[in-house]
Design a protein around this ligand. Structure first.
Ligand SMILES: *Cc1c(COP(=O)(O)O)cnc(C)c1O
Length: 426
């Protein structure tokens, strides 16, 4: 396996782009080594610029739930492109797309499309502040919600790796207005809400945490969060940028039966194009301009090519049996991993939901950021490189989810487990 062309491009890129990448999670800082530069992808497979073929469990960090270059999505996007790529005026595609998302996600009555997950959460916070007239926000340790100032506190994933509690350049007053509780610990939320009575606009949570690695909500956690926020007049925001359209068509709220006040979407909703969205009841959304006083706008929002890809993606996901299949594939992989680790005496916790899993190198259960941090990151780095050398592309970090798509086959899983066996000696 040569990587000469990737190495050359990385060296050039580092002179032109900070760290050679346009998003930090793409660099291999936490596992060491030079990132692969990719040139094409199809189904469950990616190819780098040196023509190495790998099974992909990054899947663009979630959007490619149907696998890469799905024909229905590509056809829809190409057809839309031929009619013009942006108008800055309303289109029928936006209405069709809004109808589909609103039909799928139970708590959303009215939706606004934006161009990224960050924009969705940023706008959701503004909406919560507009609605309540309060300014503080409560988030969870290890929860990542994009790179908006108020949310770059104890933000998991890329930041956790670098040991940065928050980012440089964040307005200190924004950071100070953010309270941080522990995931799966409703008492930590209760104490903070009591100490800040009447000041907290919203609690924002990934209902299934995906940015400390995959961590599922313990029974009752989301229900109690719902009750507690209602008691305190605090809006509950579900950041379903990862879980939306992944664990079911209606996201985590449909799976757990807990309804947030505001939902944020991203990743899958754009079918591989830059789309985010936030939605809520018609009453809450009536705050948003031009209907209400909260301003939020976007030149490329509701972009027709992206809407066409999103519609095609949701239509594919709406076909019978899709999520049953995705869940079965995820289970096969997770159970297979546990089997290999057990047989070789490797201590690992494998957390999973439909379409997502994380292998944590630890003998203990992982249920929040503190337990996620107590994992053997050096072991993960060695494992990661072993997997890439054996043709499997994983997220280059202990604190990320592996993304499984509907294009991953049983043969892909077998090949992945073979690669695991070969990687364990490392
Ligand atoms: C990826 C992510 C975001 C940010 O989305 P971008 O499109 O990268 O801005 C927000 N919230 C969660 C849960 C995410 O995983």
């Amino acid at each position: 396996m040569t990587r000469a062309r990737s190495a050359q491009l990385y060296s050039n890129a580092q002179k032109l782009i900070p760290g050679g990448v346009n998003s930090p999670a793409r660099a291999w800082d936490s596992v060491g080594g030079d990132p692969l530069f990719l040139k094409k992808a199809s189904g469950s497979r990616i190819w780098d610029v040196d023509d190495n073929e790998l099974i992909d469990y990054v899947c663009s960090w979630g959007p490619m739930i149907l696998g890469h270059a799905h024909p229905a999505v590509i056809d829809a996007a190409v057809e839309a492109t031929r009619s013009g790529t942006s108008f800055g005026a309303p289109t029928e595609l936006e209405v069709e797309m809004a109808r589909r998302v609103i039909d799928a996600v139970p708590s959303i009555e009215v939706i606004r499309f934006v161009s990224s997950g960050t924009e969705a959460t940023m706008s959701a916070l503004r909406l919560a502040r507009a609605r309540t007239g309060r300014s503080k926000i409560l988030k969870f340790n290890g929860g990542y919600h994009g790179h908006e100032d108020a949310l770059l506190v104890e933000a998991g994933s890329g930041l956790a790796n670098q040991g940065i509690a928050s980012s440089a350049g964040v307005h200190p007053e924004y950071a100070a207005s953010t309270l941080v509780a522990e995931f799966n610990d409703v008492d930590s939320v209760r104490l903070l809400l009591q100490a800040n009575t009447g000041e907290v606009a919203a609690v924002i949570v990934e209902p299934i945490a995906g940015n400390m690695g995959v961590v599922t909500p313990e029974p009752g956690f989301l229900e109690e969060l719902r009750e507690l926020t209602r008691e305190h007049g605090v809006l509950l925001i579900f950041d379903e940028v990862i879980s939306g359209f992944r664990v079911s068509l209606g996201g985590a709220q449909a799976v757990y039966g807990v309804m947030p006040d505001i939902t944020c979407l991203g990743k899958i909703v754009g079918g591989g194009f830059p789309v985010g969205a936030y939605g809520a009841s018609a009453e809450i959304m009536s705050e948003v301009a031009p209907l209400g006083p909260m301003y939020q706008a976007g030149t490329l929002s509701g972009n027709p090519v992206a809407m066409a890809a999103g519609i095609a993606t949701i239509d594919e996901l709406s076909k019978p049996g899709v999520y049953e299949g995705l869940r079965a594939t995820t289970d096969k992989l997770a159970d297979g991993l546990i089997g290999v680790f057990d047989a070789s005496g490797v201590q690992a916790a494998v957390n999973r939901v439909c379409g997502l899993l994380t292998v944590f190198f630890t003998g203990n259960p992982v249920f929040d950021m503190r337990t996620a941090s107590a994992t053997d990151r050096e072991a993960f780095g060695a494992f990661f490189h072993g997997m890439v050398d054996n043709g499997v592309y994983l997220p280059p970090s202990q604190f990320e989810a592996w993304f499984v798509s509907t294009a991953h086959t049983d043969a892909d899983i077998e090949q992945t487990l073979d690669a695991v066996k070969k990687s364990l000696p490392a």
